[in-house]
Ligand binder design. Structure first.
Ligand code: S3P
Length: 199
């Protein structure tokens, strides 16, 4: 049965599961944080996991630890496709942590049936930023992201728009969408409310 918390409905949009399937909040304890690159999944996820004393699993960190390479190195030496296989494999390792926060790479939900797998394996939470704010933020940090770093500012802006158009339909399948503000403390509070709501 889906639950609702009065007062948070403007902050947390509850979405209908496709095919009318309802979520069992009691059994599905694992939380997957999804969203575009730079949306705060790792920073907020780590902080919230600490506050709730649950394991934190970050697919990007585990890819780097298990391969012994940085993500930009993996992209440049082996290419994106290889990276996508690695992250899909690592996602499936989150099965070991029943009640946990799992932060996922920005492209992960769009490859290898990962979105379907996460919906089956836990509660998916989309950290949704307003497009303009996200674009502004990403243009400042684009050198750290291999999908953007080779582009000029205007090319990177176009790449972000293209990726957003393609990826949103995947993110939007999430059970819960949090409307982010770009303010780290407010956004943390929203995520905290969401975790209390789920757990
Ligand atoms: C990617 C996002 C990155 C990382 C890789 C690819 C993407 O993670 O997985 O660089 O395709 O959007 P963040 O979302 O943590 O930046």
């Amino acid at each position: 049965m889906r639950r609702q918390i009065p007062g948070t409905i403007n902050l947390v949009k509850l979405k209908n599961e496709p095919h009318g399937k309802s979520i069992n909040f009691e059994a599905d304890m694992r939380i997957y944080l999804l969203g575009f690159m730079g949306s705060g999944k790792s920073t907020l996820g780590q902080r919230i996991a600490g506050a709730f004393h649950v394991p934190f699993f970050d697919t990007d960190n585990v890819v780097e630890a298990q391969s012994g390479m940085t993500i930009p190195e993996i992209f440049s030496v082996y290419g994106e496709e290889y990276f996508r296989h690695l992250e899909a494999d690592i996602l499936r390792q989150t099965n070991f942590y029943p009640k946990s926060i799992n932060s996922t790479g920005g492209g992960l939900p769009c490859f290898e049936h990962n979105m379907d797998w996460m919906k089956e394996s836990g509660i998916t939470v989309y950290l949704q930023w307003p497009d303009d704010l996200l674009r502004q933020h990403l243009l400042q940090i684009r050198q750290t992201r291999p999908l953007l770093s080779q582009f000029t500012e205007s090319e990177a802006g176009m790449k972000i728009s293209d990726l957003l158009t393609y990826r949103k339909p995947f993110y939007e399948q999430s059970a819960i969408t949090i409307e982010m503000t770009g303010n780290i403390d407010s956004d943390y509070n929203l995520l905290e409310k969401t975790c209390k709501y789920i757990w």
